[in-house]
Design a binder for this molecule. Sequence first.
Ligand code: SF4
Ligand code: SF4
Length: 273
Amino acid sequence: MTTGTRRARIAVHKFSSCDGCQLAFLNLGEPLLTLAETVDILHFAEAGPIDEEAEVDIAFVEGSVATSQDAARLRGIRERSRYLVTIGACATAGGIQALRNLHDADEWVSGVYAQPEHIDLLADSTPIAETVKVDLELWGCPVSGEQVLGATKAMLAGHLPRVDHSAVCMECKRQQAVCVMVSQGRPCMGPVTSTGCGAICPRWQRDCYACYGPAVQANVSALATHLADTGMPADEVARRLLFINGHAEPFRAEGLDWQARVITRQGSEEEQG
Ligand code: SF4
Ligand code: SF4
């Protein structure tokens, strides 16, 4: 990236989210302070600087688009940014709040808010890329601060980084982690989930819950069938898929398929009385 003699400018924007991805970036600590000596961080509400209208070289975006105001603000950020990078599951795949896309959100709004007429929700909560062009997507819930830092350095050096989307299973092998699916029978989502986390859950004897989104060539159908064959009820299989990255294909299609099986089975059970 060439910026002439001036320092590169960076902004970190928030949309519908929990701030966890901003905190993951902030928690880098010393490496972030070192970065701040070489770039100008103009907008990063969690860290202090606020200038949402700033023109920047790199805009990081956390959160999904949930309202028409979100969409308008996002288009403005896109116009004022050279590179736009999504950080985390909310920005990249709609996040946990995209679960409302599968239900009647209006009904929920009426149930939660005393004056629902003041809530201006879009029909769906969507990833950033469904509204504006995105140059780079970094997944995770939260995103890895190291991954954001590495991507920043790559862009400052003039290129977009290559993001590894091989399965978490590959990372387990690289880290010599014992497989929790084989050794403990845990319902691990690692075979269909993109790495980027360093296989942190399996390394702590926990099953992966797919927070880094779908891996390349993920055979989601085979894993879902395996989970059901090991005794997991169909509604739980659907929940494993329609979770943090439930708006992302192929998790969405497979999850809806398993949800439909539950509805069909319940219908035939009711018919049989
Ligand atoms: S991706 Fe996860 S950690 Fe990041 S803002 Fe969304 S819910 Fe929070
Ligand atoms: S623990 Fe999970 S991610 Fe790791 S090798 Fe086993 S199935 Fe794959």
